[in-house]
Design a protein around this ligand. Structure first.
Ligand code: ADP
Ligand code: MG
Length: 296
């Protein structure tokens, strides 16, 4: 046994900030001195690209690892943001079909990661927008699942399906899997609707909602093209602070950084949509600000 903690970031809906969360949280954990591996499990390879690697020139990827061609350690790259990356390429699209014919297909990633687990404190798995074999592999390999949720009408429908899958995995392939919580992303503070959706998801499914939510900000859209996460391109925004707060909770460290509050206040004239609001009326909340005196 090692102390490595593996977290799958999953939601079968696309565009809810799974990849952004893995890149930002990974960088925030690395800032805290954690040894971090991020794994790209999406054939679209957005994580790979956004961490500065060209998927078209990657020679060995998670695809080769899952097919047993190479050990995971042979396909891992360092990245400028700090975490190591097990990259993806479009080849991964064919991997599901190949895995389907294999015995023990759900355990392939879990077994492959055993080799590198002792080298890391945290492994983050960036899932594709589906509940297919690759996502089942991620949930089977994980200790916890983090669910980014864009709070809009019908968001809860996806949560129900994802939870059904989580329960199946808990029953069949990974009894140790637990739900870390729902992470509200692309949060628009100007609408009360977003809060209503969160409150509904929390009561309906009995899920913990992580607060502060990650506010919607154009700064996030700019980051991937630079090959760096938002922690490097816009490190003093509330969104970056939100990911840092979550990283501290995962790493189990108190907020001792200089000017942690200034990170939130220091930007001065932030656009309205950069201000993360408090979440009220939600039954079950993991409040990252309460313990640390961070004000939103
Ligand atoms: P997923 O991996 O779930 O498909 P992504 O992380 O790729 O989602 O995010 C989808 C899009 O939303 C990307 O263009 C990303 O830059 C943007 N995005 C992510 N988080 C935020 C945010 N907090 N504010 C604004 N845009 C965001
Ligand atoms: Mg993605």
């Amino acid at each position: 046994m090692t102390d490595c903690r593996t977290i799958a970031v999953a939601n079968q809906k696309g565009g809810v900030a799974k990849t952004t969360t893995v890149a930002s949280l990974g960088a925030a954990l690395a800032e805290l001195g954690q040894r971090v591996l991020v794994v790209d499990l999406d054939p679209q390879a957005c994580l790979t690209f956004s961490l500065g690697l060209d998927p078209d020139t990657v020679e060995l990827s998670v695809h080769d690892v899952l097919l047993g061609r190479v050990a995971a350690s042979m396909a891992i790259h360092p990245t400028p943001d700090g975490p190591d990356l097990l990259p993806s390429t479009i080849e991964l699209a064919g991997c599901e079909a190949m895995l389907l014919s294999r015995t023990g297909r759900e355990y392939t990633l879990r077994l492959a990661l055993d080799e590198v687990r002792p080298s890391y404190d945290v492994i983050l798995l960036d899932c594709a927008p589906s509940l297919g074999v690759l996502t089942i592999n991620a949930l089977t390999a994980a200790d916890e699942v983090l669910m980014p949720l864009q709070c809009e009408t019908l968001s809860h429908r996806g949560v129900g399906q994802l939870l059904d899958t989580v329960h199946d995995v808990q029953r069949l392939t990974n009894r140790g899997l637990s739900v870390l919580g729902v992470l509200p992303t692309l949060f628009d503070s100007r609408t009360t609707h977003a809060r209503e959706v969160l409150a509904d998801v929390s009561t309906r499914y009995g899920l913990d909602v992580i607060t502060p939510p990650i506010a919607k900000s154009v700064r996030f859209a700019e980051a991937p093209a630079t090959g760096r996460s938002i922690l490097r391109t816009a490190g003093r925004t509330p969104g970056a602070a939100g990911y840092r707060a979550l990283a501290r909770r995962i790493a189990g460290v108190a907020d001792t950084s200089e000017g942690a509050d200034a990170d939130l206040a220091g930007e001065g004239a932030l656009p309205v949509d950069d201000i993360a609001p408090p979440v009220e009326d939600v039954d079950r909340v993991i409040d990252l600000t309460a313990a640390e005196g961070v004000h939103t």
